[in-house]
Ligand binder design. Structure first.
Ligand SMILES: Nc1ncnc2c1ncn2[C@@H]1O[C@H](COP(=O)(O)OP(=O)(O)O)[C@@H](O)[C@H]1O
Ligand SMILES: [Mg+2]
Length: 252
């Protein structure tokens, strides 16, 4: 399991302070870099955290919807976060290359399309592309493409059967108040109760844990998805060094 090729998402809730606008948590981000160096992923995706979510939330509060004129600001803000992510990961020796989704992806009639030719060649060279939750052009204007949706799209595109989502909770809670997590979840099992899934406690425009799990239903069966607390060093060690499940392991 440990040597399986994988794709990882650095949740915005881990690499930024979600309750403070435009604030990066460099300790978390760089610690993750040190663990990814030990067990390199094929592709990295990161979320918007207090960068993307704050900006989009602000625009939506003001004028209720997004349009083309919002793309320059949203893409600039996410690019700013991405540069810091790239720098930190490069400092830890990861051969990462930025791939802004707004320049290769669009949504046509609710279908995500990305030009992945160059991305594939970069991966073949042993380099690691870094993509992120972004605003992309869509049929009606622009839409938010969440990092979670992008993870599923890329895993399918590259046939990756292991996905690791680093987030700010210990796994999927069955009881939010008691913080009890479920260790294993089989999405194909009709008995799996997903009623406990909620959105995010943070400012979040892409639906938190509920939307994350929902998007996994588009993965081929037999895929392993790890939901891991990216802020806890012992959990990072468990998933990246020991190849074990410190949080919730979801089978599709
Ligand atoms: N059943 C649940 N288990 C765990 N987290 C949940 C659950 N329901 C809702 N959440 C919320 O989802 C959040 C994680 O999603 P999100 O904030 O979007 O993080 P990320 O940055 O990793 O995408 C948690 O911080 C929590 O507030
Ligand atoms: Mg999220």
């Amino acid at each position: 399991m440990n040597n399986m090729e994988y794709i990882v998402k650095l949740g915005g809730s881990v690499i930024t302070e979600k309750d403070k606008a435009m604030k990066i948590n460099y300790d978390s981000l760089c610690r993750i870099g040190s663990y990814l160096r030990k067990n390199m992923p094929k592709i990295i995706v990161h979320g918007g955290g207090s960068y993307g979510h704050y900006i989009v939330h602000g625009i939506l509060e003001k004028k209720k919807r997004l349009d083309y004129t919002d793309l320059p600001l949203i893409s600039y803000v996410m690019d700013t976060l991405n540069r810091e992510v790239i720098k930190c990961l490069q400092d830890y020796g990861l051969p990462v290359v930025s791939f802004p989704p707004h320049s290769i992806c669009s949504i046509k009639n609710n279908e995500l399309e990305c030009e992945t030719g160059t991305l594939k060649r970069i991966v073949e060279k042993g380099l690691i592309p870094v993509l992120y939750g972004d605003a992309v052009v869509s049929t009606g204007g622009i839409e938010i493409l969440s990092g979670d949706t992008l993870m599923v799209f890329l895993a399918r595109e590259y046939g990756l059967r292991k996905l690791v989502f680093l987030t700010d909770v210990d796994g999927v809670y069955v009881n939010m108040d008691k913080k009890t997590i479920i260790k294993h979840l089989n999405l194909r099992d009709p008995r799996s109760q997903l009623a406990f899934l909620r959105e995010s406690n943070n400012i979040d425009v892409t639906g938190g844990m509920r939307a994350k799990i929902e998007s996994l239903k588009n993965l081929p069966s037999g895929t392993l998805v790890y939901i891991v607390n990216g802020r806890k060093e012992s959990h990072l060690s468990k998933v990246f060094v020991e190849g074990e499940n410190p949080g919730t392991l979801i089978e599709t």
